[in-house]
Design a protein around this ligand. Structure first.
Ligand code: LLP
Length: 422
């Protein structure tokens, strides 16, 4: 496919725009995120094409990136949304998502959040006994019958980092499967307040073996059969999100949305189901780079460091999960620059503050810039202000090659605002 970020003669481009030019034109003096708007569209279209011929909902998991401009863009191209908090739901509706193509997920949904979701006609996943109780109440309070899916734990090992595996036995998510009968009875009892319309599972994130989705769908199919035989009119199979992306940049070919959908296509068709997908990372991950300036290069004994003005505060995945995100210089290195093995680190006062470990890179010039690739998912969304590093600006390159700011950098004034009047 077409890549958003490409290197030509040592110069890195976002679409057709040279990143160094963008840095100079916009007078960048802090780290920032740079997105490709066309890549957002291409990623969405990949899912649309993959789902061709099936009844489906693409629910963008907005936890991956909640930039308002990006949300509006996905809403405009027709995406649904997957929400995990009341404010995510509120923001998604403001951004223009159709509530009937939205799914509200989570193991700790609040009663007032559920009332809001049910009133808006959003699909709600049941995660536990108390969750169902709150959904029933929301149905009663609003007078709107809640459309619900049962989140079932398929107990399939997604073969990923334990922090992002969610569909195995020890996970906090989903109903205890041996309690299925209880849930069905309870739902029947409250048929004025809730209507069971589907089943849901989510296996985990960064999945690179799509046959796992088929394993899960087959497990879900047994539940669907059992539930339908009790007289419920199930429509939706929600197979969650989790498709991985190419963080390694090693040339290996990873499965596409089409590969994913094709593993479950027959199951969905043969059983007259509407397929719901909840992609986050695979819609936004490769659409952005995190761009930072080199403050200086230093060496401590055998260890070499490139110290940049970006840090774990803006991008925590390497620190938190030991995640690999590819790092590349924005401009060619100085002539004769020595190649070394570097840790790429930020200014934050702790040793967990690294963006990359043991990276073979040409020694960059002080003041030059580099990128951390695949920074569109769970990067800005997980940014903090640790060390009073206020969150950075975001920009995108649009279809016509113009560069637009899509979020302001936060400032000290933003911080101080929280203390006004105290
Ligand atoms: N649906 C549910 C119920 C989820 O819990 C998640 C992600 C998704 C969909 C979207 O998954 P995706 O397609 O993005 O893999 N912060 C971690 C990832 C946490 C994922 C949490 N759940 C990271 O930076 O890798």
């Amino acid at each position: 496919g077409v890549a958003a970020f490409t290197s030509k003669n040592g110069f890195l481009y976002c679409e057709n725009e040279m990143i160094q030019d963008i840095i100079e034109k916009e007078r960048m003096n802090r780290c920032f995120y740079l997105y490709s708007k066309p890549q957002l569209t291409r990623n969405y279209q990949n899912y649309e094409q993959a789902l061709d011929g099936l009844n489906s909902i693409i629910g963008y998991a907005i936890k991956a990136n909640n930039n308002y401009k990006i949300l509006k863009h996905f809403a405009k191209v027709g995406s649904g949304a997957v929400l995990v908090s009341g404010l995510e739901l509120e923001l998604a509706l403001k951004a223009g998502f159709d509530p009937t193509r939205c799914v509200f997920n989570g193991n700790g949904k609040l009663p007032e959040e559920l009332i809001f979701a049910v009133r808006k006609g959003v699909l709600v996943n049941i995660d536990s006994e108390f969750d169902l109780e709150h959904i029933v109440k929301a149905g009663a309070v609003t007078g709107v019958k809640a459309k619900v899916l049962l989140r079932i734990n398929p107990d399939v090992d997604p073969q990923v980092h334990p922090y992002v595996a969610t569909g195995n036995k020890t996970s906090k998510f989903g109903i205890r499967n041996e309690k299925l009968e209880w849930f069905l009875d309870e739902i029947k009892k409250h048929s004025n307040e809730v209507e069971l319309v589907g089943v849901h599972c989510h296996l985990g994130s960064t999945i690179t073996k799509v046959n796992i989705f088929k394993d899960a769908a087959l497990v879900m199919l047994q539940y669907i059969g059992a539930i339908r035989s009790k007289g419920f009119n199930l429509q939706y199979l929600n197979i969650g999100g989790g498709l991985g992306i190419d963080y390694q940049h090693s040339g290996a070919v990873l499965p596409t949305p089409t590969d994913l959908v094709d593993t479950v296509r027959e199951i969905v068709k043969a059983n007259d189901l509407t397929l719901i997908l909840e992609p986050g990372r695979s819609l936004v991950g490769n659409t952005a780079a995190f761009v930072s300036q080199v403050i200086g290069v230093k060496s401590n004994g055998n260890k070499n460091f490139i110290v940049i003005n970006g840090s774990m505060s803006e991008l925590i995945r390497p620190s938190l999960y030991g995640a690999y995100q590819h790092i590349e210089l924005v401009t060619p290195p100085p002539v004769g620059a020595e190649v070394h093995v570097f840790d790429v680190v930020g200014p934050v006062c702790e040793s967990a503050d690294f963006l990359g470990k043991d990276r073979e890179l040409p020694t960059p010039k002080d003041g030059s810039w580099l990128v951390v690739h695949d920074a569109g998912a769970y990067c800005m969304a997980m940014a903090s202000t640790y060390n009073l590093r206020m969150r950075p600006a975001e920009y995108w390159v649009t279809e016509d090659g113009s560069v637009a700011k899509i979020r302001h950098a936060e400032t000290l004034a933003d911080h101080l605002r929280h203390f006004e009047g105290l």
